[in-house]
Design a protein around this ligand. Structure first.
Ligand code: PGA
Length: 253
């Protein structure tokens, strides 16, 4: 049984000084052997600093995005190759903000996932339906299509999938834990059906308005092995409380 993976998505927040202060505080809180795996995904300017501060610590570095091409004329982009060179281990692929605000297609997300593996990174693939899609009874159909598009070529390395209903992100209104569990169970069945034992090893996170007060409700679910946390990850104490909520026992599924 793998450890749960709790990842902080800072989005477009924090100066270098704020990033350093946060990371030093988190390192104090976490100690040498945290009961869960922790990943911090700062914004690009803080990545090199974070790589330096976290080096030799049990906290892994993640990136919020990465371009699939190794290098070239892609103004404003940072490649998976460059991220790997910095010591990044995880990369968020297909976050709903990238899909919705920056027009990322399923096909482009699939390229990112493949490129992440090619450079030794673990993708955190984000999937999730909008509120209209859920109300129309299409939540699974939408998520399945996102999974099929991103993973159609098979698994070529370790994978984390974050189930993030779009309407729960940044709104303070999380999914109902039972809905998150139902979705995660269907995702697991889909993964095992296609990829056998490798599908069992994929860690499924829940994301969308996770806070210290509700983290346990999600992290205790049998099919959920971690969380992707936005707003509440901006404070090291709150993020650590969420991580601790992931370390408790779970009922078997
Ligand atoms: P939130 O964001 O925790 O602020 O809802 C989650 C995410 O976007 O990954």
């Amino acid at each position: 049984m793998q450890k749960p993976l709790v990842a902080a998505n800072w989005k477009m927040h924090k100066t270098l000084a704020e990033a350093e202060q946060y990371l030093r505080r988190l390192l104090e809180l976490v100690g040498d052997k945290p009961p869960v795996e922790l990943v911090i995904c700062p914004s690009f300017p803080a990545l090199a600093l974070a790589a330096h501060v976290l080096s030799g610590s049990p906290i892994a570095l993640g990136a919020q995005n990465g371009h699939p091409q190794k290098e070239g004329p892609f103004t404003g982009e940072v490649s998976m190759y460059q991220l790997a060179d910095l010591g990044v281990k995880y990369v968020i692929c297909g976050h709903s903000e990238r899909r919705r605000l920056f027009g990322e297609s399923d096909a482009f997300v699939a390229e990112k996932v493949r490129a992440a593996w090619a450079h030794g990174l673990t993708p955190i693939l984000c999937v999730g339906e909008t509120l209209a899609e859920r109300r129309a009874g299409r939540a699974w159909e939408v998520v399945e299509e996102q999974l099929r598009a991103a993973l159609g070529d098979g698994l070529s390395g370790p994978l984390v999938i974050a189930y993030e209903p779009v309407w729960a992100i940044g709104t303070g209104v999380p999914a109902h834990p039972q809905d998150a569990q139902d979705m995660a169970r269907r995702m697991r069945a889909w993964l095992v059906d296609r990829f056998g034992g490798d599908g069992k090893d994929v860690r499924i996170q829940y994301g969308g308005s996770v806070k210290p007060e509700n983290a346990r409700e999600f992290l205790a679910l049998p099919e959920i092995q971690g969380a992707l946390v936005g707003g509440a990850s901006l404070d090291p104490e709150a993020f650590w409380r969420i991580a601790l909520a992931a370390s408790g026992d779970k009922p078997s599924s």
